[in-house]
Ligand binder design. Structure first.
Ligand code: LLP
Length: 434
Protein backbone atom coordinates (compact mmCIF):
# COMPACT_ATOMS: atom_id res chain seq x y z
CA UNK A 1 0.00 0.00 0.00
CA UNK A 2 0.93 3.63 -0.10
CA UNK A 3 -0.34 6.50 1.93
CA UNK A 4 -1.55 9.00 -0.72
CA UNK A 5 -5.30 9.29 -1.25
CA UNK A 6 -8.13 11.74 -1.75
CA UNK A 7 -10.15 12.64 1.31
CA UNK A 8 -13.21 14.75 0.40
CA UNK A 9 -11.63 15.66 -2.95
CA UNK A 10 -8.30 16.78 -1.49
CA UNK A 11 -5.12 14.76 -1.89
CA UNK A 12 -3.65 13.69 1.44
CA UNK A 13 -0.51 11.99 2.66
CA UNK A 14 -1.64 10.12 5.75
CA UNK A 15 -3.97 12.57 7.50
CA UNK A 16 -2.16 15.62 6.17
CA UNK A 17 -3.65 17.61 3.27
CA UNK A 18 -1.10 18.40 0.58
CA UNK A 19 -2.65 21.87 0.27
CA UNK A 20 -1.67 22.55 3.87
CA UNK A 21 1.92 21.48 3.15
CA UNK A 22 2.06 23.69 0.07
CA UNK A 23 0.82 26.64 2.12
CA UNK A 24 3.54 26.00 4.72
CA UNK A 25 6.50 25.02 2.59
CA UNK A 26 5.80 26.20 -0.97
CA UNK A 27 6.46 24.39 -4.24
CA UNK A 28 8.13 22.47 -5.81
CA UNK A 29 7.91 20.17 -2.79
CA UNK A 30 8.85 16.54 -2.28
CA UNK A 31 6.61 14.77 0.24
CA UNK A 32 7.49 11.36 1.70
CA UNK A 33 5.30 9.03 3.74
CA UNK A 34 7.12 7.41 6.64
CA UNK A 35 4.27 4.91 6.96
CA UNK A 36 4.82 3.74 3.39
CA UNK A 37 8.60 3.53 3.81
CA UNK A 38 8.18 1.32 6.85
CA UNK A 39 5.39 -0.72 5.26
CA UNK A 40 7.46 -1.57 2.20
CA UNK A 41 10.49 -2.49 4.28
CA UNK A 42 8.41 -4.74 6.48
CA UNK A 43 6.64 -6.41 3.54
CA UNK A 44 9.98 -7.32 2.01
CA UNK A 45 11.47 -8.40 5.32
CA UNK A 46 8.40 -10.56 5.97
CA UNK A 47 8.62 -12.22 2.55
CA UNK A 48 12.33 -12.98 3.06
CA UNK A 49 11.87 -14.17 6.65
CA UNK A 50 12.54 -17.84 5.76
CA UNK A 51 16.10 -16.79 4.86
CA UNK A 52 18.88 -15.54 7.09
CA UNK A 53 18.83 -12.22 5.29
CA UNK A 54 19.72 -8.54 5.47
CA UNK A 55 18.10 -5.70 3.57
CA UNK A 56 20.79 -3.19 2.55
CA UNK A 57 18.86 -0.15 1.37
CA UNK A 58 20.46 1.34 -1.78
CA UNK A 59 20.48 4.93 -0.64
CA UNK A 60 21.31 6.23 -4.08
CA UNK A 61 17.53 6.08 -4.61
CA UNK A 62 16.83 8.62 -1.87
CA UNK A 63 19.50 9.62 0.60
CA UNK A 64 17.61 12.16 2.71
CA UNK A 65 18.77 11.72 6.32
CA UNK A 66 15.19 11.30 7.57
CA UNK A 67 14.62 8.49 5.07
CA UNK A 68 17.89 6.85 6.14
CA UNK A 69 16.93 7.16 9.78
CA UNK A 70 13.61 5.45 9.09
CA UNK A 71 15.37 2.42 7.63
CA UNK A 72 18.20 2.43 10.16
CA UNK A 73 15.52 2.30 12.86
CA UNK A 74 14.06 -0.80 11.21
CA UNK A 75 17.44 -2.55 11.33
CA UNK A 76 18.43 -2.04 7.69
CA UNK A 77 21.94 -2.07 6.37
CA UNK A 78 22.90 0.16 3.43
CA UNK A 79 24.27 -0.26 -0.06
CA UNK A 80 26.72 2.59 -0.70
CA UNK A 81 28.33 3.80 -3.89
CA UNK A 82 30.59 6.62 -2.67
CA UNK A 83 32.47 7.97 0.31
CA UNK A 84 29.82 10.69 0.47
CA UNK A 85 27.11 8.09 0.92
CA UNK A 86 29.09 6.48 3.75
CA UNK A 87 29.35 9.86 5.50
CA UNK A 88 25.61 10.29 5.01
CA UNK A 89 24.83 6.90 6.53
CA UNK A 90 26.94 7.83 9.56
CA UNK A 91 25.16 11.22 9.79
CA UNK A 92 21.79 9.46 9.59
CA UNK A 93 22.63 7.00 12.38
CA UNK A 94 23.20 3.93 10.20
CA UNK A 95 25.56 1.13 11.20
CA UNK A 96 28.68 0.91 8.96
CA UNK A 97 29.09 -2.73 9.97
CA UNK A 98 25.90 -3.43 7.98
CA UNK A 99 27.06 -1.55 4.86
CA UNK A 100 28.22 -2.88 1.53
CA UNK A 101 30.14 -0.65 -0.85
CA UNK A 102 29.42 -1.04 -4.59
CA UNK A 103 30.59 0.75 -7.73
CA UNK A 104 33.16 0.35 -10.49
CA UNK A 105 35.34 3.33 -9.59
CA UNK A 106 36.14 3.34 -5.86
CA UNK A 107 38.99 5.74 -5.14
CA UNK A 108 41.84 5.03 -2.69
CA UNK A 109 40.42 7.66 -0.33
CA UNK A 110 36.97 6.05 -0.41
CA UNK A 111 38.43 2.60 0.24
CA UNK A 112 40.45 3.93 3.18
CA UNK A 113 37.40 5.70 4.64
CA UNK A 114 35.32 2.53 4.38
CA UNK A 115 38.08 0.43 5.99
CA UNK A 116 38.45 2.89 8.86
CA UNK A 117 34.71 2.68 9.54
CA UNK A 118 34.67 -1.12 9.35
CA UNK A 119 32.07 -1.70 6.63
CA UNK A 120 30.67 -5.18 6.15
CA UNK A 121 31.98 -5.74 2.64
CA UNK A 122 33.31 -4.20 -0.59
CA UNK A 123 31.45 -5.43 -3.67
CA UNK A 124 34.31 -5.53 -6.13
CA UNK A 125 33.88 -4.95 -9.84
CA UNK A 126 37.34 -5.72 -11.31
CA UNK A 127 40.72 -7.34 -10.60
CA UNK A 128 42.58 -4.01 -10.46
CA UNK A 129 40.11 -2.98 -7.75
CA UNK A 130 40.91 -6.12 -5.72
CA UNK A 131 44.61 -5.29 -5.96
CA UNK A 132 43.96 -1.70 -4.91
CA UNK A 133 41.79 -2.66 -1.92
CA UNK A 134 44.47 -5.14 -0.80
CA UNK A 135 47.14 -2.42 -1.05
CA UNK A 136 45.13 0.18 0.89
CA UNK A 137 44.23 -2.41 3.56
CA UNK A 138 47.91 -3.37 3.95
CA UNK A 139 48.85 0.28 4.40
CA UNK A 140 46.20 0.66 7.12
CA UNK A 141 47.15 -2.71 8.66
CA UNK A 142 43.64 -4.03 8.09
CA UNK A 143 42.01 -6.98 6.41
CA UNK A 144 39.40 -5.89 3.87
CA UNK A 145 36.22 -7.95 3.49
CA UNK A 146 35.44 -8.40 -0.20
CA UNK A 147 32.87 -10.00 -2.49
CA UNK A 148 33.20 -10.14 -6.24
CA UNK A 149 30.28 -8.88 -8.30
CA UNK A 150 29.53 -11.56 -10.84
CA UNK A 151 27.99 -10.52 -14.12
CA UNK A 152 25.66 -13.43 -14.92
CA UNK A 153 24.93 -12.20 -18.46
CA UNK A 154 21.16 -12.24 -17.96
CA UNK A 155 19.11 -9.53 -19.66
CA UNK A 156 16.85 -7.90 -17.10
CA UNK A 157 14.46 -6.75 -19.82
CA UNK A 158 14.34 -3.19 -18.48
CA UNK A 159 15.34 0.22 -19.87
CA UNK A 160 18.78 0.02 -21.52
CA UNK A 161 20.19 2.77 -19.30
CA UNK A 162 19.45 0.75 -16.15
CA UNK A 163 20.35 -2.75 -17.40
CA UNK A 164 23.55 -3.89 -15.69
CA UNK A 165 23.83 -7.67 -15.87
CA UNK A 166 24.91 -8.35 -19.45
CA UNK A 167 28.34 -8.36 -21.05
CA UNK A 168 27.44 -5.10 -22.80
CA UNK A 169 27.59 -3.40 -19.38
CA UNK A 170 30.59 -2.13 -17.44
CA UNK A 171 29.55 -3.94 -14.28
CA UNK A 172 30.91 -6.99 -12.52
CA UNK A 173 33.21 -9.78 -13.62
CA UNK A 174 32.15 -12.25 -16.32
CA UNK A 175 30.56 -15.39 -14.95
CA UNK A 176 33.07 -17.71 -16.63
CA UNK A 177 36.10 -15.97 -15.12
CA UNK A 178 34.91 -15.44 -11.54
CA UNK A 179 36.39 -18.62 -10.06
CA UNK A 180 39.85 -17.75 -11.36
CA UNK A 181 39.52 -14.28 -9.88
CA UNK A 182 38.65 -15.72 -6.44
CA UNK A 183 41.64 -18.08 -6.66
CA UNK A 184 43.96 -15.15 -7.32
CA UNK A 185 42.26 -12.96 -4.70
CA UNK A 186 42.74 -15.71 -2.10
CA UNK A 187 46.49 -15.12 -2.40
CA UNK A 188 46.20 -11.44 -1.48
CA UNK A 189 47.06 -11.28 2.22
CA UNK A 190 44.97 -8.29 3.24
CA UNK A 191 41.70 -9.53 1.75
CA UNK A 192 39.05 -11.68 3.36
CA UNK A 193 36.75 -13.33 0.82
CA UNK A 194 33.40 -12.80 2.46
CA UNK A 195 30.79 -13.39 -0.24
CA UNK A 196 29.56 -13.13 -3.80
CA UNK A 197 27.37 -10.42 -5.26
CA UNK A 198 25.23 -9.76 -8.33
CA UNK A 199 22.79 -7.11 -9.54
CA UNK A 200 21.22 -7.35 -12.98
CA UNK A 201 19.33 -4.09 -13.34
CA UNK A 202 16.66 -1.79 -12.00
CA UNK A 203 12.87 -1.51 -12.36
CA UNK A 204 12.34 -5.21 -13.09
CA UNK A 205 8.63 -5.92 -13.16
CA UNK A 206 8.86 -9.65 -13.68
CA UNK A 207 10.50 -12.32 -11.60
CA UNK A 208 11.87 -14.40 -14.48
CA UNK A 209 15.20 -12.57 -14.97
CA UNK A 210 15.81 -12.71 -11.19
CA UNK A 211 15.10 -16.43 -11.21
CA UNK A 212 17.36 -17.03 -14.21
CA UNK A 213 20.21 -15.08 -12.64
CA UNK A 214 19.88 -16.81 -9.26
CA UNK A 215 19.67 -20.22 -10.93
CA UNK A 216 22.88 -19.42 -12.73
CA UNK A 217 24.74 -17.96 -9.76
CA UNK A 218 23.59 -20.21 -6.89
CA UNK A 219 25.77 -23.25 -7.83
CA UNK A 220 28.74 -20.92 -8.29
CA UNK A 221 28.10 -19.40 -4.86
CA UNK A 222 27.96 -22.87 -3.35
CA UNK A 223 31.26 -23.96 -4.89
CA UNK A 224 33.03 -20.74 -3.96
CA UNK A 225 31.62 -20.71 -0.43
CA UNK A 226 32.91 -24.26 0.13
CA UNK A 227 36.33 -23.37 -1.28
CA UNK A 228 36.83 -20.01 0.41
CA UNK A 229 34.63 -20.33 3.49
CA UNK A 230 32.57 -17.27 2.85
CA UNK A 231 29.31 -16.25 4.41
CA UNK A 232 26.95 -14.40 2.06
CA UNK A 233 25.40 -14.07 -1.36
CA UNK A 234 23.93 -10.72 -2.36
CA UNK A 235 21.31 -10.81 -5.08
CA UNK A 236 21.30 -7.04 -5.54
CA UNK A 237 18.31 -4.76 -5.92
CA UNK A 238 16.10 -4.07 -8.89
CA UNK A 239 12.54 -4.82 -7.75
CA UNK A 240 10.26 -2.68 -9.87
CA UNK A 241 7.34 -0.55 -8.78
CA UNK A 242 4.11 0.71 -10.30
CA UNK A 243 4.26 3.99 -12.18
CA UNK A 244 0.95 3.80 -14.06
CA UNK A 245 -2.28 4.01 -12.10
CA UNK A 246 -0.24 4.20 -8.93
CA UNK A 247 -2.90 6.17 -7.08
CA UNK A 248 -5.82 3.96 -8.04
CA UNK A 249 -3.99 0.77 -7.17
CA UNK A 250 -2.61 2.31 -4.00
CA UNK A 251 -4.71 1.28 -1.08
CA UNK A 252 -5.41 -2.28 -2.20
CA UNK A 253 -2.18 -3.50 -3.76
CA UNK A 254 0.12 -0.81 -5.06
CA UNK A 255 2.11 -3.20 -7.19
CA UNK A 256 -0.80 -4.32 -9.34
CA UNK A 257 -1.40 -2.48 -12.60
CA UNK A 258 -4.66 -2.81 -14.54
CA UNK A 259 -2.90 -4.36 -17.52
CA UNK A 260 -1.43 -7.04 -15.30
CA UNK A 261 2.04 -5.60 -15.74
CA UNK A 262 4.22 -4.88 -12.76
CA UNK A 263 2.83 -7.66 -10.64
CA UNK A 264 6.12 -8.33 -8.93
CA UNK A 265 5.11 -8.49 -5.30
CA UNK A 266 7.51 -9.12 -2.41
CA UNK A 267 5.65 -12.41 -1.94
CA UNK A 268 6.07 -13.38 -5.62
CA UNK A 269 9.74 -12.44 -5.54
CA UNK A 270 10.31 -14.52 -2.43
CA UNK A 271 8.24 -17.46 -3.69
CA UNK A 272 10.47 -17.73 -6.75
CA UNK A 273 13.81 -17.13 -5.07
CA UNK A 274 13.65 -18.49 -1.52
CA UNK A 275 13.58 -22.16 -2.65
CA UNK A 276 16.72 -21.54 -4.73
CA UNK A 277 18.54 -19.60 -2.02
CA UNK A 278 17.67 -21.42 1.17
CA UNK A 279 19.59 -24.64 0.43
CA UNK A 280 22.80 -22.61 0.09
CA UNK A 281 22.88 -22.06 3.84
CA UNK A 282 24.38 -18.63 3.23
CA UNK A 283 23.30 -15.25 4.53
CA UNK A 284 21.34 -13.55 1.72
CA UNK A 285 21.67 -9.83 1.13
CA UNK A 286 19.28 -7.76 -0.97
CA UNK A 287 19.92 -4.16 -2.04
CA UNK A 288 16.58 -2.60 -2.94
CA UNK A 289 16.35 1.12 -3.56
CA UNK A 290 13.35 2.02 -5.69
CA UNK A 291 11.10 -0.64 -4.17
CA UNK A 292 11.41 0.81 -0.68
CA UNK A 293 11.04 4.51 -1.50
CA UNK A 294 9.56 4.94 -4.99
CA UNK A 295 5.87 4.89 -4.19
CA UNK A 296 6.48 6.55 -0.81
CA UNK A 297 7.19 9.96 -2.35
CA UNK A 298 5.55 12.55 -4.58
CA UNK A 299 6.60 15.85 -6.08
CA UNK A 300 4.06 18.65 -5.72
CA UNK A 301 4.21 21.48 -8.22
CA UNK A 302 2.14 24.58 -8.95
CA UNK A 303 0.72 25.58 -12.31
CA UNK A 304 2.22 28.89 -13.44
CA UNK A 305 0.56 29.23 -16.84
CA UNK A 306 -1.67 27.36 -19.22
CA UNK A 307 -0.62 28.04 -22.80
CA UNK A 308 -2.86 26.92 -25.65
CA UNK A 309 -1.14 26.99 -29.00
CA UNK A 310 -3.76 25.57 -31.33
CA UNK A 311 -1.70 22.37 -31.47
CA UNK A 312 -1.16 21.74 -27.81
CA UNK A 313 -2.34 22.51 -24.33
CA UNK A 314 0.84 23.27 -22.38
CA UNK A 315 0.54 23.21 -18.61
CA UNK A 316 3.63 25.10 -17.43
CA UNK A 317 4.53 24.19 -13.85
CA UNK A 318 7.14 25.44 -11.38
CA UNK A 319 8.99 22.10 -11.14
CA UNK A 320 11.39 21.19 -13.92
CA UNK A 321 13.75 18.53 -15.19
CA UNK A 322 16.34 19.71 -12.67
CA UNK A 323 13.95 18.61 -9.87
CA UNK A 324 12.86 15.29 -11.43
CA UNK A 325 14.89 14.21 -14.41
CA UNK A 326 13.41 10.74 -15.01
CA UNK A 327 10.95 11.70 -17.80
CA UNK A 328 13.65 13.65 -19.68
CA UNK A 329 16.37 11.06 -19.12
CA UNK A 330 14.56 7.71 -19.41
CA UNK A 331 11.26 8.74 -21.01
CA UNK A 332 9.89 7.63 -17.66
CA UNK A 333 6.17 7.77 -16.94
CA UNK A 334 5.01 9.43 -13.71
CA UNK A 335 1.31 9.61 -13.00
CA UNK A 336 0.10 13.20 -12.50
CA UNK A 337 -2.96 14.04 -10.42
CA UNK A 338 -4.46 17.31 -9.19
CA UNK A 339 -3.99 18.10 -5.51
CA UNK A 340 -7.62 19.22 -5.45
CA UNK A 341 -9.76 16.81 -7.41
CA UNK A 342 -11.34 18.37 -10.51
CA UNK A 343 -14.61 17.05 -11.86
CA UNK A 344 -15.34 17.31 -15.58
CA UNK A 345 -13.73 16.28 -18.84
CA UNK A 346 -10.02 15.79 -19.32
CA UNK A 347 -7.84 17.65 -21.85
CA UNK A 348 -4.76 16.15 -23.52
CA UNK A 349 -1.97 18.20 -21.97
CA UNK A 350 1.80 18.54 -22.05
CA UNK A 351 3.05 19.19 -18.55
CA UNK A 352 6.29 21.12 -18.89
CA UNK A 353 8.76 23.00 -16.72
CA UNK A 354 10.26 26.46 -17.20
CA UNK A 355 13.72 25.28 -18.35
CA UNK A 356 14.84 26.29 -21.83
CA UNK A 357 15.01 22.80 -23.29
CA UNK A 358 12.36 20.80 -25.10
CA UNK A 359 13.34 17.81 -22.95
CA UNK A 360 11.98 19.64 -19.92
CA UNK A 361 8.64 17.88 -19.71
CA UNK A 362 6.85 15.57 -17.29
CA UNK A 363 4.12 14.31 -19.62
CA UNK A 364 3.06 14.62 -23.24
CA UNK A 365 -0.53 14.53 -24.50
CA UNK A 366 -1.65 13.25 -21.11
CA UNK A 367 -5.39 13.41 -20.41
CA UNK A 368 -5.58 15.75 -17.43
CA UNK A 369 -8.42 17.61 -15.77
CA UNK A 370 -8.64 21.25 -16.78
CA UNK A 371 -6.28 23.19 -14.54
CA UNK A 372 -5.42 26.85 -14.25
CA UNK A 373 -2.83 29.16 -12.73
CA UNK A 374 -2.28 28.46 -9.04
CA UNK A 375 -3.63 24.89 -9.11
CA UNK A 376 -1.27 22.24 -7.73
CA UNK A 377 -0.42 18.91 -9.32
CA UNK A 378 1.28 15.89 -7.79
CA UNK A 379 3.77 13.76 -9.71
CA UNK A 380 3.48 10.32 -8.18
CA UNK A 381 6.04 7.57 -7.51
CA UNK A 382 8.76 10.22 -7.24
CA UNK A 383 10.35 8.97 -4.02
CA UNK A 384 13.12 7.08 -5.83
CA UNK A 385 15.72 8.74 -8.08
CA UNK A 386 13.85 12.03 -7.73
CA UNK A 387 15.43 14.60 -5.45
CA UNK A 388 18.77 12.74 -5.44
CA UNK A 389 19.16 13.32 -9.17
CA UNK A 390 18.31 16.99 -8.82
CA UNK A 391 20.63 19.72 -10.01
CA UNK A 392 20.94 23.48 -9.97
CA UNK A 393 20.56 23.80 -13.74
CA UNK A 394 19.29 27.28 -14.64
CA UNK A 395 20.34 28.34 -11.10
CA UNK A 396 17.20 26.77 -9.71
CA UNK A 397 17.42 25.94 -5.99
CA UNK A 398 16.84 22.33 -4.91
CA UNK A 399 13.28 21.83 -3.63
CA UNK A 400 12.23 21.40 -0.02
CA UNK A 401 11.38 17.93 1.31
CA UNK A 402 8.79 16.98 3.93
CA UNK A 403 8.28 13.75 5.87
CA UNK A 404 4.76 12.81 6.96
CA UNK A 405 3.92 10.34 9.68
CA UNK A 406 0.15 9.98 10.16
CA UNK A 407 -1.04 13.44 11.17
CA UNK A 408 2.47 14.86 11.65
CA UNK A 409 4.57 16.60 9.02
CA UNK A 410 8.11 17.94 9.27
CA UNK A 411 10.49 19.72 6.96
CA UNK A 412 13.37 17.28 6.41
CA UNK A 413 15.25 19.38 3.88
CA UNK A 414 14.92 23.12 3.62
CA UNK A 415 14.47 24.71 0.24
CA UNK A 416 17.97 25.61 -0.91
CA UNK A 417 18.60 29.35 -0.49
CA UNK A 418 19.43 30.82 -3.89
CA UNK A 419 22.77 32.24 -2.75
CA UNK A 420 23.83 28.74 -1.63
CA UNK A 421 23.91 27.76 -5.31
CA UNK A 422 27.04 29.85 -5.94
CA UNK A 423 28.40 29.86 -2.38
CA UNK A 424 31.44 27.82 -3.42
CA UNK A 425 32.28 29.96 -6.43
CA UNK A 426 35.00 32.64 -6.48
CA UNK A 427 36.21 35.28 -8.87
CA UNK A 428 39.73 34.74 -10.17
CA UNK A 429 42.24 37.05 -8.41
CA UNK A 430 42.64 39.22 -11.52
CA UNK A 431 38.90 39.81 -11.65
CA UNK A 432 38.63 41.19 -8.13
CA UNK A 433 38.31 44.95 -7.74
CA UNK A 434 41.15 46.54 -5.80
N1 LLP B 1 22.54 -2.43 -6.20
C1 LLP B 1 23.31 -1.95 -7.21
C2 LLP B 1 24.65 -2.50 -7.39
C3 LLP B 1 22.81 -0.96 -8.07
O1 LLP B 1 23.56 -0.51 -9.07
C4 LLP B 1 21.50 -0.44 -7.86
C5 LLP B 1 20.94 0.61 -8.73
C6 LLP B 1 20.76 -0.95 -6.79
C7 LLP B 1 21.30 -1.96 -5.99
C8 LLP B 1 19.38 -0.48 -6.49
O2 LLP B 1 18.51 -0.73 -7.55
P1 LLP B 1 16.92 -0.54 -7.35
O3 LLP B 1 16.47 -1.51 -6.31
O4 LLP B 1 16.68 0.86 -6.95
O5 LLP B 1 16.38 -0.85 -8.69
N2 LLP B 1 18.27 6.40 -11.85
C9 LLP B 1 17.61 5.24 -12.42
C10 LLP B 1 17.91 3.98 -11.65
C11 LLP B 1 19.40 3.70 -11.52
C12 LLP B 1 19.71 2.42 -10.76
C13 LLP B 1 21.16 2.30 -10.47
N3 LLP B 1 21.56 1.15 -9.69
C14 LLP B 1 16.11 5.53 -12.52
O6 LLP B 1 15.69 6.63 -12.17
O7 LLP B 1 15.34 4.69 -12.97
Amino acid sequence: MHDFRYIRGRLHCGQVALEALVARFGTPLYVYSQTTLADHFQKLAGALAPLDHRICYALKANSNLAVLRTFAGLGAGFDLVSGGELERVLAGGGDPAKCVFAGVGKTEAEIALALRHGIYCFNVESEPELVRINRVAARLKKVAPVAVRVNPNVDAGTHHKITTGTYENKFGIAFETVEGVYARAAKLKNLRLRGLQMHIGSQLTEVTPFRQAVERVAPLAQRLAARHGFEFLSIGGGLGIVYESALASGAAAWWRTPAGRGILTPAGYAAALVPLLRPLGLKILVEPGRFLVGNAGILVTRVEYVKRTGHKNFVIVDAAMNDLIRPAFYDAYHEIVPVRRKPGATVPSDVVGPICESGDYFAKDRPLPKVGEGDCLALLSAGAYGSVMGSNYNSRPLPAEVLVDGARAALVRERQPVAAIWAGERLAPWQRRR
